[in-house]
Ligand binder design. Structure first.
Ligand code: A3P
Length: 287
């Protein structure tokens, strides 16, 4: 099926129509944040599911009950998805934890007024591309990626769900009210998960012992987290996500793009990256 059949255009970017009917996007527009909400913001395939495991464990002080009993999409709902509309989020006690793939300039009014805490997770776009290529091949609600080169062009042109990686990252890096935003990368989490959990817990104002931090980090390393059926998407029917084609928790490493991109594709990627990111001052781990 084509983009026109599977996606709608919302605030200038493609969103999969099945997951984001107009009434749920309206619900998000009218949503009221609280200053103590924690919002995990990511471009898709940058580590959202990982964060949906880590942050609830931080907030529960390491108690695994929330991650063992509630699927990640209800535990940390995406505010733009139809589930958010059904979950009575207004009734949830503080501190609430949400996820969103929205660009900065797509965020609803209350976000700018009430200033919830944001953890913005970035990942090397070459690995985001690689992860996306496999994901688009197994998820029925997304347009089939076609050949790798075809998908590379779509990805670099932002003709994919939630638009351009470059616009997403640049928008969030240029956000005002930076004191309520923590920036972290997938690669930093791979390199030192304990340190990442420590920084995140400080940011959300949760004081944890080193033992608890160690326990959380251990639960959330790829091979352990992959066993959690509340987080590995094994509860989703095969017609929707066919994990025999590619698992959702696929490889969980940084640098897999080196196994995926042909030399010419990597060179093209680098040229586009250099041009689009030329004015960005941030020191990315992957540069
Ligand atoms: P790969 O396809 O490269 O393996 P998202 O949740 O934003 O859709 O991102 C999915 C990517 O995050 C996948 O990348 C997935 O394997 C990876 N991921 C999920 N949990 C992880 C973990 N505990 N450790 C490392 N990577 C993880």
């Amino acid at each position: 099926m084509t983009e026109a059949e599977l996606y709608s255009v919302y605030k200038g970017v493609y969103v999969p129509s099945l997951l984001h009917p107009p009434e749920c996007l309206k619900h998000y527009e009218d949503f009221s944040f609280r200053p103590d909400d924690v919002v995990i913001v990511t471009y898709p395939k940058s580590g959202t599911t990982w964060m949906q495991e880590i942050v609830p464990l931080i907030q529960s002080g390491g108690d695994p009950t929330p991650v063992e009993t509630v699927p990640n999409w209800d535990r940390v709902p995406w505010l733009e998805e139809h589930r958010a509309y059904l979950l009575n989020l207004e009734e949830r006690p503080s501190p609430r934890i949400f996820a969103t793939h929205f660009h900065y300039n797509m965020m609803p009014q209350s976000f700018f007024k009430d200033k919830p805490k944001v953890i913005y997770v970035m990942r090397n776009p070459r690995d985001v591309f690689t992860s996306s290529f496999h994901y688009y091949g197994m998820a029925a609600y997304l347009v089939n990626p076609g050949t790798q080169t075809e998908f590379l062009h779509k990805f670099l042109d932002g003709q994919v769900m939630f638009g351009s990686w470059f616009d997403h990252v640049k928008g969030w890096l240029n956000a005002t009210d930076k004191e309520s935003i923590m920036y972290i990368s997938y690669e930093e989490m791979i390199m030192d998960l304990k340190d990442s959990v420590t920084r995140m817990s400080k940011f959300v104002g949760k004081s944890l012992t080193s033992e608890v931090i160690e326990k959380i980090a251990d639960r959330c390393v790829f091979k352990n987290m992959k066993k959690n059926k509340m987080s590995n998407y094994s509860l989703v029917p095969t017609e929707f996500m066919d994990q025999s084609k590619s698992e959702f928790l696929r490889k969980g490493i940084s640098g897999d793009w080196k196994n995926q991109l042909m030399v010419a594709e990597a060179e093209y990627f680098d040229a586009v990256y250099k041009e689009k990111m030329k004015d960005v001052k941030y020191n990315f781990v992957w540069d």
